[in-house]
Design a protein around this ligand. Structure first.
Ligand code: HEM
Length: 254
């Protein structure tokens, strides 16, 4: 607390503590709203929502493979011709890809800076291992799960988009890449996909649940049902995604 004696005045003015703290404090974080925890949580929620919408669309599109090569390739061709003739081929798809890449980047940035802020606020680790959301299982799932998902997406693009690590190669049709990529001889690829998709499911379940809490939806009576909603959306996505590689392995999609 600081006390200032004003010259020529008989009274001493004592700065209230809050005023003094505000005077001495360095500006918290540059960047306005994005510098605050709430701003970062909002970035995380909005980019997470974009990624969830992409995953729902992607999963539904993948299920087209159950209707045969023509149906699946036609869907893949639609992705490339979206927006024609207003915009040339692949332009809208490229816009979607850029939005996705920016969303992934911002999602990771907000996650890392929120985690840093949390560990600065709590420099001494918890003495006891906690089961709560703040420590242990959830943090590990999100942090290491997130890294596995990024590695998976890199492999996945080289495999099914560019064909670099796929037997059908660059020239293969999307359906050929799918069927040859999950050939039973490449069982290890399918196992990697299964693990990665389960990680995506766990990540999503926790992410959705956190978003519901951030939005203030998960309180009182809505607590349990919303936990169920987060788990159900994640389970549908996991099962929908896994159906395709498993169907190819089993010879149902060939
Ligand atoms: C496990 C089942 C999955 C299958 C069978 C699958 C299949 C495919 C295929 C065939 C493509 C290429 C589409 C095309 O060339 O038109 C593709 C692209 C892509 N997939 Fe998946 N995918 C799966 C899971 C995932 C997951 C879990 C993620 C994200 C975490 C993901 C992210 C992507 C991305 C980012 C692209 C590139 C989209 C683009 O640039 O146009 N995929 N996927």
């Amino acid at each position: 607390m600081t006390a200032t004696i004003e010259r020529g005045s008989a009274t001493a003015r004592v700065n209230p503590p809050a005023e003094a703290a505000a005077k001495n404090a360095k500006p918290d974080r540059p960047g306005g709203l994005l510098g605050t925890s709430n701003g970062k949580k909002a970035v995380m929620a909005v980019t997470g929502a974009i990624l969830v919408l992409f995953l729902i669309g992607h999963m539904a599109g993948n299920l087209k493979s159950f209707f045969g090569a023509e149906s699946f390739n036609a869907y893949a061709e639609f992705l490339r011709t979206m927006g024609e003739p207003i915009v040339p081929r692949r332009v809208l798809l490229t816009v979607v890809e850029v939005v996705l890449a920016v969303a992934v980047g911002l999602h990771m940035w907000s996650a890392i800076s929120l985690a840093r802020r949390a560990s600065k606020a709590r420099p001494v680790k918890y003495a006891a291992k906690r089961k709560s959301q703040a420590g242990g299982y959830a943090v590990h799932t999100m942090r290491y799960g997130g890294v596995v998902i990024v590695l998976f997406v890199i492999w996945h693009l080289l495999d099914l988009t560019f064909g670099t690590v796929n037997p059908a190669g660059w020239d293969g049709t999307p359906y050929e890449k799918l069927v040859q990529g999950f050939d039973p001889s490449r069982w290890w690829v399918t196992i990697f996909y299964v693990l990665a998709v389960v990680m995506v499911g766990l990540h999503l379940r926790h992410g959705l649940w956190s978003a519901f809490q951030t939005l203030g939806l998960a309180s009182g009576r809505s607590y349990r049902p919303l936990k169920g909603v987060a788990a159900a959306i994640s389970a549908v996505l996991v099962l929908g995604f896994l159906a395709v590689p498993i169907a190819v392995m089993a010879g149902v999609v060939k």
